[in-house]
Design a protein around this ligand. Structure first.
Ligand code: DGL
Length: 268
């Protein structure tokens, strides 16, 4: 039995994984969180499978130096490419973003036509389509790489009133709505910030956020295995592989509040 008050380890290629942390803070405020953002190697979504596996292994090796009760792969790209490698390499409960979002999409879609917006590496892996068809044999999955969206959000351009945002989104969404999708998965850590902009362009489509579904699934699993922290209050520690101040500034975008903890730069 793991220590209930040990950390939930969360890693991502950068600050985007804080969209997952935000949901943990909201849904499980007493959990201790240990976050690693591999900012020196961001973005993962444009990298090769070999590189992503190597980076993800190093990220988890770093977190594994602390007492963890579970690990969350917050990065869709890392989860879709490196999940099996991490499961083989590390003996700990590993949660991800792909499976919970795929399950939700398979469940809520009425016509079985599901769109995926994700990074190039996630789309290339076909992980979402495979998981969705695992839950729903008849599903038709249309995956689209949206390489302009991560840089857009990193530059704080995500508001629905922003004409650049809506123009780029419209171009991507047209390529998915043409197939008659009724459900759309935002399959990347950064995309939850775009949820209002997306929803305003496709008001009739059900949107699934991988960050939110990941945390609903994590909470259910921790409850089922009696692993929820029983100590009020929480400790949150943040580590990055590049500049700590840049991360701190970026963090505010993803958390929509100031990061009230120290950020420490480490080499992994
Ligand atoms: N964290 C990545 C993901 O969720 C997006 C940023 C990147 O490409 O590294 O796919």
């Amino acid at each position: 039995m793991k220590n209930k008050n040990a950390y939930i380890g969360v890693f991502d290629s950068g600050a985007g994984g804080l969209t997952v942390v935000k949901h943990i803070m909201e849904m499980m405020p007493d959990e201790n969180i240990l976050y690693f953002g591999d900012t020196a190697h961001l973005p993962y979504g444009t990298k090769s499978e070999k590189q992503i596996k190597e980076f993800a292994t190093n990220d988890v090796a770093f977190l594994n130096g602390f007492e963890l009760k579970s690990l969350v792969i917050a990065c869709n790209t890392a989860d879709s490419v490196a999940r099996e490698t991490l499961i083989k390499e590390f003996d700990m409960p590993i949660y991800g973003v792909i499976d919970p979002a795929a399950k939700k999409a398979a469940t809520v879609s009425k016509n079985g036509k599901i769109g995926i917006m994700a990074t190039t590496a996630t789309v290339r892996s076909d992980a979402y389509a495979r998981r969705i068809r695992h839950y729903r044999k008849d599903a038709e999955v249309f995956s689209l790489a949206c390489p302009l969206l991560v840089p857009l959000v990193e530059n704080r351009r995500y508001k629905k009133e922003d004409i650049v945002v809506s123009t780029i989104l419209q171009e991507y969404l047209d390529q998915l709505t043409v197939h008659g999708i009724d459900t759309l998965v935002l399959g990347c850590t950064h995309y939850p910030l775009l949820i209002d902009a997306v929803q305003s362009l496709v008001p009739d489509i059900t949107i699934v956020s991988s960050s939110e579904e990941a945390v609903i699934n994590l909470k259910n699993s921790l409850e089922a295995t009696r692993q929820i922290s029983d100590t009020p209050g929480s400790e949150r520690r943040f580590y990055v592989s590049d500049d700590a101040d840049a991360f701190r500034q970026n963090a505010e975008v993803f958390l929509n509040e100031k990061l009230g903890s120290e950020v420490i730069q480490v080499s992994v």
